[in-house]
Write a protein that binds this ligand. Sequence first.
Ligand code: APR
Ligand code: MG
Ligand code: MG
Length: 191
Amino acid sequence: MAGQEISKGESLLLKGHRHACHIMIHADTDAKLFGKTPIKHIVLMQMRFDGLLGFPGGLVNPGEETLEAGLSRELWEEIGVALKVGPEDHCSSCLALSPPNLVTHFYTKKLSEEEVREIERAAVSSAADHGLEVMGMFRVPLYCLKRGGGFPSFLLHAFVGSARSQLISGLRALGLLSPAQLQAALAKAEE
Ligand code: APR
Ligand code: MG
Ligand code: MG
């Protein structure tokens, strides 16, 4: 479940709150699964140390760094790439349901397929958190196969915080899946 939406500016005025920033990195692709099902879009997520699925990123301290600088620092630790993130990449901010007094900020960034491959290589070979906070990066299957395979099955996993809602809202906002495709996948996942 998602928390309450809040503007980024308003959230920074809150006293005694911690802030976490996470990002959905994505790219277009012409690849086809089994040579016939178009993959269309690559979206990166990670298996976390706690066994839950989430987006790369983490806790930042707006008193010492901007949200975007903190997110870039977390990405350096978690994916081993110096990815520049700016205010224009911000998508939404939320008051988390748990833990208390946490604001989660969600960003999205489009890269080329080759840049995504570079991140995947670095995430394994040079990221400091590989095998520690991060058990591995992976691509989200966004297509729908027979009997709910693909995205509907993916939605049944356990996600940290509001990562599942962030994924769905990010896909909707960027038009990577249509409202009808999202609705169909959510309905299938609930069967
Ligand atoms: N939506 C909402 N909350 C999230 C999301 C998300 N997509 N992803 C993570 N969180 C929550 C986590 O539950 C955590 O409380 O945000 C907080 C920070 O995110 P992390 O990515 O886990 O933070 P990071 O700085 O990378 O790692 C620090 O070390 O001390 C431990 O448990 C602590 O998870 C924390 C980790
Ligand atoms: Mg981290
Ligand atoms: Mg993290």
